[in-house]
Design a protein around this ligand. Structure first.
Ligand code: FAD
Length: 505
């Protein structure tokens, strides 16, 4: 789909369209964010979501294969591990040494105490080394065999059915386009932070003015639906790698190292910045020749919005990244720090070093197809053979004339580069955020129930009050587990009081 990132024209934004959602396609990084993130959720009105409340839920969804103690789970369904020292790419190991020399402590556990430094990445991988999507890890064979569960793949939920302000089900289109109505006493949306608010809007739940402008009759005026869209704005720095610094094992996960630091901007919590140290910047031959650090503002403040312009159109996504000046300043800081790291004399055997980002052009290089493969092969051979002309080749073909030296010498040029090239991290969140009763901008209550309608809850990244300093898969699973438990508990209570709806979903 298309999204506006910063001030430039819309660019593509990838989201999963598969059972299991992002967990079935993502980069497997498995971390939770800082305790302060969740204390902030509670302070923003999501009572019961402070760190001490959520930590037991994080622990119960994981089995950490490397660490134990009060911050780790040992018997949850998701296995978490870090790369073996032997599997570490020489580039990633060297960058961590360089950063240690520049004052960033070497630490062992990204999911331990929230401290600055560099870490081996915590990765969600089974003992066999495979991905653990929620569609297999939670929907096990035993769960799929339950008589009260029916999974429909290849179907698209079109809109909710409302009887006044009571949700009574949804219209679902099958692969042929035929629409069927599913009746439900309780409906739970988990369509992610782009599509859950879009579903509400399409069904007449959202800001009344915006709904009318899109040709949708408002059923319930809920101003916060689609607002508070958050992401982690990103930028990157790359370096050509000589053969000795390239990945040894191509099957090894490429995001092997994490660099966390505190920007020091006034009033911003510690550990607000993140760099993923990548052994290769793509699965292909060109990617293997380029190591990089992919930076993002982990504690970001800019907020965008998801809207509809027509009930049948795809949602309009505007992340408004960098609209909060603090996010722009910190991405500039990241590029400067990345430049200092990769041009350190201890990395003099790699280079040239150049600014980059995950643009549609970069994505196109990775696309399958014979012609692309031929072009990649030619570029890889040219990079290896270019010798003293390598910098010219990279600046001509990869960065389109932009050099790191020019950006570092001219703050306005650095700022313009970041504004034009800011990317995301696929961590959309916050568009139906949980909040307290009187909060007009809260789309959901602290139990995930959509405000002002009955029979409808949300259990996905859209209910997050603010984006945590984390890759958002584990936080989303934690949220979903808790909201599911709250719904189950409410159902049990209703059963006990004989107050059960006659029809169950
Ligand atoms: C490319 C990529 C890489 C990522 N890497 C990482 C990582 O390494 N670590 C990490 O922690 N996080 C990562 N994430 C983020 C993480 O996967 C998401 O935060 C998480 O999956 C969000 O869960 P969700 O349930 O909110 O939404 P999603 O995972 O997006 O799930 C929404 C589901 O709803 C379905 N859906 C949407 N609309 C409809 C409709 N109308 N009808 C029927 N179904 C619909 C979608 O097909 C999808 O299955 C990544 C995400 C992406 C896309």
């Amino acid at each position: 789909m298309q999204a506006r990132y910063g001030e430039g024209p819309p660019r593509r934004y990838e989201q999963a369209r598969i059972l299991g959602g992002g967990s079935a396609i993502n980069a497997l990084l498995s971390n939770r964010g800082s305790p302060a993130d969740y204390d902030e959720w509670a302070a923003l009105g999501a009572a019961g979501w402070a760190w001490d409340d959520v930590l037991p839920w994080f622990r119960r969804i994981e089995t950490d294969r490397d660490f134990d103690g009060p911050l780790h789970g040992k018997d949850g369904p998701l296995k978490i591990r870090r790369p073996d020292a032997a599997a570490l790419s020489p580039f990633v190991a060297r960058v961590r040494e360089v950063l240690a020399g520049q004052g960033h402590p070497v630490r062992a556990d990204q999911n331990g105490e929230w401290l600055d430094g560099t870490f081996p990445s915590a990765v969600g991988q089974s003992d066999a080394g495979t991905r653990q999507p929620t569609s297999l890890t939670w929907l096990t064979a035993a769960v799929r065999a339950r008589p009260n569960l029916r999974i429909l793949t290849g179907h698209q939920a079109m809109r909710l059915i409302l009887d006044g302000r009571r949700v009574t089900g949804a219209d679902i289109a099958g692969p042929s386009g035929a629409v069927q109505r599913i009746a439900a006493a309780r409906t739970v949306l988990s369509m992610g932070a782009i599509h859950s608010p879009a579903m509400l809007l399409r069904s007449g739940i959202g800001p009344a003015g915006g709904l009318r402008a899109a040709g949708i009759a408002p059923v319930h005026d809920l101003p916060g639906v689609g607002a508070n869209l958050m992401e982690h704005p990103s930028i990157a720095i790359g370096a050509y790698l000589p053969p000795a610094l390239r990945v040894r094992d191509e099957d090894e996960h490429h995001e092997q190292g994490v660099w966390r630091w505190s920007s020091g901007l006034p009033g911003i919590p510690a550990g607000d910045m993140h760099g993923s140290i990548l052994s290769r910047s793509g699965w292909h031959s060109v990617g293997r020749r380029i190591g990089s650090i992919f930076f993002w503002v982990n504690k970001s403040y800019s907020r965008g919005r998801v809207t509809l312009t027509h009930p049948n159109d795809a949602p309009r996504i505007d992340f408004a990244m960098l609209s909060d000046r603090r996010d722009l300043d910190r991405l500039k800081q990241a590029l400067r720090m990345g430049a200092a790291a990769l041009t350190d004399p201890r990395l003099s055997d790699c280079g040239p070093v150049f600014p980059t980002s995950y643009t549609p052009r970069v994505a196109r290089v990775a696309a399958p197809g014979r012609w692309n493969a031929i072009q990649r092969g030619t570029l890889s051979a040219a990079l290896d053979a270019a010798g003293p002309l390598r910098a010219a080749l990279i600046h001509g073909l990869v960065t389109q004339g932009v050099t790191l030296r020019a950006l570092l010498a001219d703050d306005a040029a650095l700022e313009a580069f970041v504004q034009a090239n800011v990317g995301g991290t696929w961590h959309a969140s916050g568009t139906c955020r949980m909040g307290a009763g009187g909060d007009l901008w809260a789309g959901t209550g602290p139990d995930g129930a959509v405000r002002g309608v009955t029979g409808l809850s949300i259990a996905d990244a859209s209910v997050m009050p603010s984006i945590p300093c984390a890759n958002t898969n584990l936080p989303t699973i934690m949220v979903a587990e808790r909201i599911a438990a709250m719904i189950a508990s409410a159902l049990r209570q209703a059963e006990g009081s004989g107050d059960m709806p006659s029809e169950r979903c």
